[in-house]
Ligand binder design. Structure first.
Ligand SMILES: CC(C)[C@H](C(=O)O)[C@@H](O)C(=O)O
Ligand code: SF4
Length: 474
């Protein structure tokens, strides 16, 4: 019987298989950041072990870094003591164990899931792990990419292998072409709303179909990034010409004859025609529209044209209670049109939507327009290279002229581990991936949106799509 893409990558990495035991898989790339690595390095130290493959391990500072102020512009110490300790600990660990680290201020620094692809480290058919749930992002290249816990981080540091339990396979096929103005973010928010936050549990999702094939690599990363929000272990997209074109010439991509050989083998990385999936979901792309969340999990989303749902109409008891609680936390009334929800903060950034195409899309909406007086808008590039690219295209000037704040690279307001936070009761439209209670700051309220919707929302002051805006100059 044929094999799925995920099964092919898995099987090519098994270094030990024994009946009734997890397979031991070889890991090609281990990404490290400051939050989930300290105890792992402590464990190595205690056991007197080195890092087995420092050359396959790469670290960056992202979650705890401020995105403005002297620590960004002048290399001053991070003011917050907890954040400073985390970052300093990573620096000491990387120094001691010989791991490459992209520190604040380096050209290569940025969010862990932005820098791997950007450097050409993330390649088709590889296994990629990181102590971070959004490692699924790298699956956009046809890599099998998992988030792991801190004890697993230690295992990979020590052995470059990882015991993994078998997974189930799921296909999400998005058929047809996306309508004008509908983005990768809208697709994945719609997928999660359809299958639920537990819908992918235990599965590796492969995204397929014409609408997925038509996406750029960055759009594909946005989709795979949020697989974890559907409960999946990983998300994948088979590599194709788009993938190869993105990778070619990147610092760590193969070169010359090696490149040709690599592309030839990468072409094999497709699900066989006669392979079967444990579960299949089909979505008609033509039915999709800009999508926003109204609740406190990423599955509580609806088309922007809809209204806040009435929990009383939900038949599932669990869903009803969750919706009631979400509306209470979010300060929303059932029946309110989503377009009437006013926000005070707009955040563009994160490993979901902090890449150059996201910034271009937002700048295109803001060009010649102004952010509403009632809104503060943060635009945070996912990496220093994204920042430099954006500046070379003049995007920073578009953002600044519109009244948005142009920041340094990092996770920023995606999660409240650095100074970029919502105050209690504040409401954001955010291009990040999680809208949990307190995610962007205690008491903060988050609506997940695409960069285009975020930018239009900043202009209007209420949830809006670019199509809702007056033409510039009108
Ligand atoms: C801090 C880290 C462990 C966490 C994750 O695993 O995803 C963070 O990146 C997040 O997005 O919530
Ligand atoms: S940007 Fe957000 S989701 Fe991505 S790694 Fe950072 S905190 Fe996690």
């Amino acid at each position: 019987m044929g094999k799925t893409l995920a099964e092919k990558v898995w099987e090519s990495h098994v270094v030990r298989h024994a009946e009734g035991e997890p397979d031991l898989l070889y890991i090609d790339l281990h990404l490290v950041h400051e939050v989930t690595s300290p105890q792992a390095f402590d464990g190595l130290r205690l056991a007197g072990r080195p890092v087995r493959r420092p050359d396959l391990t790469i670290a960056t500072e992202d979650h705890n870094v401020p995105t403005e102020g002297p620590s960004v512009t002048e290399g001053a110490l991070i003011e917050d003591l907890v954040s400073r300790t985390q970052v300093d600990t990573l620096r000491r660990n990387c120094e001691e164990f010989g791991v490459r680290l992209h520190r604040m201020g380096d050209r290569g620094q940025g969010i862990v899931h932005v820098i791997g692809p950007q450097l050409g480290l993330t390649q088709p058919g590889t296994t990629v792990v990181c102590g971070d749930s959004h490692t699924s992002t790298h699956g956009a290249f046809g890599a099998l990419a998992f988030g792991i816990g801190t004890s697993e981080v230690e295992h990979v540091l020590a052995t470059q292998t990882l015991p993994l339990k078998p997974f189930k396979t799921m296909a999400v096929t998005v058929e047809g072409a996306l309508p004008e103005g509908v983005t990768a973010k809208d697709v994945i928010l719609a997928v999660i709303a359809k299958i639920g936050t537990g819908g992918g549990q235990g599965h590796v999702i492969e995204y397929r179909g014409e609408a997925i094939r038509a996406l750029s690599m960055e759009g594909r990363m946005t989709i795979c990034n949020m697989s974890i929000e559907a409960g999946a272990r990983a998300g994948m997209i088979a590599p194709d010409e788009t993938t190869f074109a993105y990778l070619q010439g990147r610092p760590h991509a193969p070169q010359g004859a090696d490149w040709d050989a690599a592309v030839q083998s990468w072409r094999e990385l497709v699900t066989d025609d006669d392979a079967t999936f444990d579960r299949e979901v089909v979505i008609d792309a033509s039915t999709l529209t800009p999508f926003v969340t109204w609740g406190t999990n990423p599955g509580q989303g609806l088309p922007l044209s809809a209204s806040v749902p009435d929990p009383a109409q939900l038949t599932d008891e669990h869903e009803r209670v969750a919706a009631e609680r979400a509306l209470d936390y979010m300060g929303l009334q059932a029946g309110t049109p989503l377009r009437e929800i006013a926000v005070d903060t707009v955040f563009i950034g994160s490993c979901t939507n902090g890449r150059i195409e996201d910034l271009r899309a937002a700048a295109k909406v803001l060009q010649g327009r102004k952010v509403a007086d009632t809104v503060r808008m943060l635009v945070v590039p996912g990496s220093v290279l994204v920042k430099q690219q954006a500046e070379s295209e003049g995007l920073d000037e578009v953002f600044s002229a519109a009244g948005a704040q142009w920041r340094g690279a990092g996770c920023s307001m995606c999660l409240a581990m650095n100074p970029d936070k919502l105050a209690p009761g504040e409401r954001s439209a955010s291009t990040s991936n999680r809208n949990f209670e307190g995610r962007q700051g205690a008491g903060g309220r988050t609506h997940l949106v695409s960069p285009e919707v975020a930018a239009a929302t900043a202009v209007v002051g209420r949830l809006a799509a670019p199509a809702d805006l007056q033409p510039v100059g009108a």
